[in-house]
Design a protein around this ligand. Structure first.
Ligand code: NAD
Length: 359
């Protein structure tokens, strides 16, 4: 099996952590019947220097002829002199790619490894149990994009408005992604809505219930968003897959990430119809530590693992990488962002090598 991957390391720690993800993919190539063809491309500030564009045509062309995009991170120091280089860099690069490739499904796992329980802001007896949540967020519809939106009137009569709208096909396709993902995990979907107040959410619940019937092996439960926000902090282990519309997913995926306590650990995927997807760490370019060889590569490595699972259907290889990461953490190795008393502190490259060594 041959797979073409567009490699977009970007700025800051992006290239450093990308190198470690590539080492892991090299190992996967040796272990499994798969051949990866990489094409590297510039994005973000790194692309601006040559092209005066954060997402040049050359980069888009490379992405178009690939089966998936592995993305690092973009952005620079806020006080940086070259304002043009950094202005709207995230919007131009990330939203540009989402739009170009119609990436409508955002998958954000939030996993608290028992070994990292101390990093979580949750109460110790809750954190010790660990949790493994996958937030599936609809990314291109809902109130962020609904029309009409705008402002009208004047003075005390001035008002502003947005429109929350979801079409049946938009709900159906994201629900299918959530239920299919659940089939490869613990087979539980909790769909988040506000059906007690919003007409759109009554419809959301109806359509998700229809889709749920097509997956008898997966248990389904609806939950109001306000309750879900509480339950995440009280009993996070009850969640396997959380299915959300755009705005609720935006908020709850950040909450789920926050309770793991470690930004450098969290991968993400943005999927289009078919098997195409873009995979990237949850964090940014971390200019404060860039170039020092101390960034945590696990988010980038797990993003590559998600690519294997969701774009290339290589669930076994995904598990292989996930188990290697967990085993290295259980051995006490930590990068600076997740360090704790008594741990074995390592840099970016060593962490990558340790993970490859476990595979
Ligand atoms: P950030 O995620 O880059 O950094 C926040 C903190 O987390 C920093 O202290 C950083 O050192 C730490 N951190 C992040 N990833 C880490 C890792 N892998 N290992 C160790 N520590 C890590 O967020 P920020 O400081 O708000 O933004 C910095 C730049 O990144 C900005 O230009 C911002 O626009 C951009 N950004 C890009 C993306 C993206 O490319 N997807 C996402 C968020 C922010």
């Amino acid at each position: 099996m041959k797979r073409k991957i567009a490699i977009l390391p970007g700025d800051g720690i992006g290239p450093e952590v990308m190198n470690e993800a590539l080492k892991v993919l090299d190992r996967i190539e040796k272990k499994y019947e798969v051949e990866f063809k990489y094409e590297h491309a510039l994005v973000g500030g790194a692309a601006w220097d040559d092209h005066k564009n954060h997402l040049p045509k050359e980069t888009l062309d490379i992405c178009h002829r690939s089966d998936a995009i592995l993305f690092g991170s973009v952005g620079g120091p806020v006080a940086e002199q070259h304002l043009e280089r950094w202005s709207r860099v995230e919007v131009n690069s990330l939203l540009g790619l989402r739009k170009e490739f119609k990436l409508y499904a955002n998958l954000r796992p939030a996993k608290l490894y028992p070994a990292l329980a101390a990093a979580s802001p949750l109460r110790a007896d809750t954190a010790e149990k660990g949790f493994d949540i996958l937030v599936v967020r609809e990314l291109t519809g809902g109130i962020y994009f609904g029309e009409p939106k705008g402002r009208a009137g004047e003075g005390e009569e001035e008002y502003a408005f947005d429109t929350l709208v979801y079409a049946r096909n938009e709900i159906r396709r994201i629900a299918h992604i959530a239920f299919k993902a659940a089939q490869t995990r613990d087979k539980r979907v909790i769909s988040i809505d506000k059906a007690n107040v919003l007409t759109t959410m009554v419809f959301w619940r109806e359509v998700v219930e229809e889709v749920a019937k097509e997956y008898p092996d997966v248990t389904y439960e609806p939950m109001y968003v306000d309750n879900a926000a509480q339950q995440l902090t009280i009993r996070p282990s009850q969640f396997d897959v959380m299915l959300c519309g755009n705005m609720f997913g935006d908020i709850l995926s950040d909450e789920a990430a926050a309770i793991t306590g470690s930004l450098g650990m969290l991968p993400s995927a943005s999927l289009a119809d078919g098997s195409f997807g873009m995979y990237e760490p949850g964090g940014g370019s971390a200019p404060d530590i860039a170039g020092q060889g101390i960034a945590n590569p696990i988010a980038q490595i797990m993003s590559a693992a998600m690519m294997l699972k969701y774009s290339f259907d290589m669930t076994e290889a995904y598990d292989d990488i996930a188990n290697a990461v967990e085993s290295v953490l259980n051995d006490g190795y930590r990068t600076g962002d997740i360090k704790e008393p008594g741990c074995k502190l390592v840099g970016t490259k060593e962490m990558g090598n340790l993970i490859v060594g476990k595979m």
